[in-house]
Unconditional design. Sequence first.
Length: 187
Amino acid sequence: MALQLGQIDSVFDPALILPIGGREYRIEDVPALLGLYCQRVWTSGMAVAQAVRVGQEGDTAAAQRALDGINRMPLPPGVTEGTPLHVAVLGDTYQQMLDDEVSGRWIQHAGMTTIAWLAAGDEVAEMYWASAGRPEAPAPNRAQRRGGASSSTGAATATPSQGFSSGTNFRRRGNRGRGSRSGGTTS
């Protein structure tokens, strides 16, 4: 007998909520091809960042190959040449932010956090948001971000995330599995 699962939308809400200026902005999930594009851009960005940190010729060549690959990739449907990726991923929320007169820097940070969320998952997005987009800035640990007490006994308060690691091989974390981006339906 075949296994029949329940409707995923009754237990899974693929959205990101970002608080800015006392308001919460809901970023809806993006079509699959845009999500895959974000993953590719993120991976290439990590390769470039690694090459800058290490500075070895082999790593620089790998980073250049990654950038060349991005430049050859066709833009996903609905994204035009003049649309910055951080704007495209915000969807309708971008116009809402403009109407609310959110600053350009906050919009950019919201968009970059959304890219991190789409490409690397919930934990990386949380860390990116809390560090104001500066991976070198230590983000508070999860208990502190949620207002709870930390059970730490003086040890380090933040664990490096796959998104800020020294390599480009990272896994998605949280409840947003790879399958939610790599196939199935598009919206």
